[in-house]
Design a protein around this ligand. Structure first.
Ligand code: SF4
Ligand code: SF4
Length: 410
């Protein structure tokens, strides 16, 4: 037991090796010059979407000052130093040079909904408005043969240049014919493979497209998998969560427009700028966790005082995402903010492994497979399989004490 607690202590006090936030002056000077050259090149190109960014901002009542505030926050979110802010502003204006094709596969359209939120849109959504969305079968007016013609036209015209956004999982079980599309009855796997071929990069949006999500929950009747399981030899970027946060979608496209490259990814292909930290690292209830103050049952005094939700099953300590910082619904709030623990929706197999109201220490689950990062694996091996050990050194003591009081095994 003491070895395990020492291991937890070491993990929680060691300097994170996952996210490199300062790469040195010469790296950033070099990158700055490359970004400038890239933006000059893009500015010389004809926009593929005629919408004007400044006009859109003023239509939505957003002034330059608000925009520059957003630029500073986005520059920081992308882990770039402040000197990049003018380039980030320029890249936002040049997003209309980025053709996007969006496929919906086995999904609930929740990510499209998140993308489309139009009630008092934040600048993130306005920026997404000017992306040239060349094909999105749920949103566009044409259907049937006309839609197929539009897709073929966009693929031909922007061959090698478009970003392919994919929402939903791919059924590959039992002949792969669980879902088909179009007059020819093309199955989803063939459809995705064909459209991905001419893409500059493929962006899997939401938990279904990244790891199979809810369709892949046991017993996974359709053999659902994520994009990275079937698309090889092409850059794949995963933006998991249920739904993916539009701020992270903007971040990925903006990074691509700015640098011409995909952002730095972790071993699950998630951009480190968004998924480099745990929910728990930046949670507003963290002080209560550290003090051993927990909600013990729904509606109790702890709940009224916004105590930590770990004992109610919060999986924030093992979930990598930035929603504790970026939040949802125009940045107004997020699940833990309204009193509901994190269910780990940005982690593989979240529905089977995390989405229940019991703390992980009681669950006797195995560590996540697939190796998120070494430290996450250590985290999993050190914590998730260690039934009886709470999360973190402080929680370990209080959780064990709490269980003993309850007469449970420690
Ligand atoms: S366990 Fe959950 S509620 Fe508690 S501090 Fe961590 S992330 Fe926040
Ligand atoms: S708090 Fe957790 S479950 Fe909720 S959206 Fe964020 S990662 Fe997903």
């Amino acid at each position: 037991m003491s070895d395990k607690i020492e291991g937890v202590k070491k993990l929680f006090t060691s300097k994170s090796a996952r996210v490199e936030t300062n790469r040195g002056e010469s790296y950033y000077n070099n990158l700055f010059e490359r970004c400038q050259a890239r933006l000059d090149e893009l500015r010389a190109q004809e926009p593929v979407n005629r919408l004007d960014f400044s006009e859109l901002l003023s239509e939505h009542g957003t002034d330059r000052r608000d925009f520059m505030k957003w630029v500073s926050a986005t520059t920081a979110m992308l882990m770039l130093p402040p000197m990049f802010a003018p380039l980030v502003a320029e890249a936002a204006e040049l997003m209309n040079r980025a053709p996007v094709i969006w496929l919906e596969l086995q999904d609930c359209a929740g990510n499209s909904e998140a993308l489309l939120r139009s009630d008092g849109p934040k600048i993130d959504e306005i920026v997404l408005d000017i992306i040239s969305l060349e094909f999105h079968e749920t949103l566009m007016a044409p259907s049937g043969h006309q839609a197929e013609k539009q897709l073929d036209g966009a693929m031909g015209h922007f061959n090698g240049k478009y970003l392919l956004f994919v929402e939903g999982s791919i059924p590959v079980g039992a002949g792969k014919e669980w879902c088909t599309i179009g007059a020819s009855g093309e199955n989803f796997l063939d459809h995705l493979t064909r459209v991905a071929e001419g893409a500059a990069a493929v962006v899997a949006v939401g938990s279904c497209a990244t790891y199979g999500g809810i369709p892949a929950a046991a017993p996974n009747p359709t053999g659902a998998v994520g994009v990275m399981d079937v698309i090889k030899g092409k850059p794949v970027i995963n933006i998991p969560a249920c739904p993916a946060n539009p701020a992270n979608m903007v971040g990925v496209v903006l990074h691509y427009v700015l640098t011409g490259q995909v952002p730095e990814l972790d071993s699950l292909l998630r951009p480190k700028f968004a998924f480099g930290y745990r929910i728990h690292d930046n949670c507003e209830r963290r002080a209560h966790f550290d003090a051993g103050e927990y909600v013990e049952s729904w509606g109790d005094e702890g709940a009224k005082n916004n105590f930590c939700l770990y004992k109610m099953g919060c999986k924030g300590p093992m979930t990598f995402n930035n929603c504790s910082i970026v939040r949802y619904n125009e940045g107004v709030n997020w699940p833990i903010g309204v009193g509901r623990g994190c269910i780990g929706c940005s982690e593989p197999d979240f529905w089977d492994k995390y989405a229940y109201e019991r703390p992980m220490a009681d669950a006797k689950l195995k560590a996540p497979t697939g190796g998120v990062e070494k430290s996450v694996d250590e985290f999993g091996l050190g914590l998730l399989t260690a039934a009886g050990i709470g999360i973190g050194i402080h929680a370990a003591a209080s959780a064990i004490a709490g269980k003993k009081e309850d007469g449970g095994e420690a």
